[in-house]
Design a protein around this ligand. Structure first.
Ligand code: OAD
Length: 252
């Protein structure tokens, strides 16, 4: 395979005239808002003394210690509530609002920052910290207030405990959301993959499927990732630096 392009000009050439552009984002797009990523933070614990995302965001933890699990969720909800969308989220939202290009946003993030930046129709592959559902009745409810009366909070529908409406390890993604994401990715002319380690399945398969469908792939990440090999352009840059420059130029 040929060597990928590495410059903003290479990326702009791909975006120039593209009628459909899809963004696939991960924790790195929110890093500069102050939301910690899951990997690449050295040996620092994610929460209390736990270092592995797989141990915390796991149904075993939720079922063994529902209150402890909600304390981890509250730590994340309170942290995200104090953060604001950064220049990368805002650039994507502005690009999406520009007439002439069909722009879809697919995210692995549960922080809601794309919505807060003004993006519409965000496909949240892993759910949202700002929704919950009854463990017994499975009814979904918005959970926008940060402070909660009890942990776990009660479900307004069934009165039983709520769980966050996020996808935990060893759980399946919502099939309809994944199918919509798949279509958004393979139907695009350009896929921009921003701030993901591309290690967590099945989201990590999406860039490969795009590439096989003939979509041009741009990776934006300061660190190497397993999908760099299949990308047409790799920008070793922070999202808040690369995206505003790239997308403001493409929108003009
Ligand atoms: P990771 O934490 O695995 O990877 C974050 C990526 O962002 C790394 O590749 C970093 O190099 C990159 N990065 C860091 N700062 C950046 C910046 N300023 N600009 C651009 N990139 C930057 O996050 P994800 O790939 O999103 O799942 O993780 C996938 C899933 O694993 C998450 O959705 C979550 C997690 O466990 C669930 O909770 C189900």
């Amino acid at each position: 395979m040929r060597t990928p392009g590495t410059t903003l000009a290479d990326a702009r050439d791909l975006l120039d005239g593209a009628e459909a552009v899809t963004f696939l984002t991960g924790a790195g797009v929110s890093a500069e808002s102050g939301v910690p990523t899951f990997r690449g933070g050295g040996d620092a614990p994610l929460w209390r003394d736990v270092r592995n995302a797989e141990d915390l965001s796991h149904p075993d933890f939720l079922h063994a210690d529902p209150r402890g699990f909600w304390e981890w969720m509250q730590y994340r909800r309170e942290l995200v509530a104090r953060c604001a969308p950064n220049a990368a989220h805002l650039a994507i939202a502005a690009f999406q609002a520009t007439p002439g290009t069909r722009v879809e946003v697919v995210t692995q993030n549960v922080d809601g920052l794309h919505h807060r930046a003004g993006s519409r129709s965000v496909l949240e592959l892993h759910g949202s910290l700002w929704r919950a559902r009854g463990i017994a009745c499975e009814h979904t409810h918005a959970l926008l207030e940060v402070a909660l009366p009890a942990l776990p909070p009660p479900c307004p529908t069934c009165g039983g405990p709520l769980r966050p409406d996020i996808v935990l390890f060893d759980e399946f993604l919502d099939e309809r959301v994944f199918q919509a994401a798949f279509e958004a990715v393979v139907d695009a002319h350009v896929l921009v993959v921003v701030g993901t380690s591309a290690l967590v399945m099945p989201a990590a398969t999406l860039p490969l499927r795009a590439r096989r469908a003939g979509v041009k792939v741009i990776v934006v990440n300061p660190e190497p990732t397993p999908i760099d090999d299949i990308a047409h352009v790799v920008l070793r840059e922070r999202a808040s630096v690369a995206l505003p420059f790239l997308l403001s130029a493409a929108a003009t």
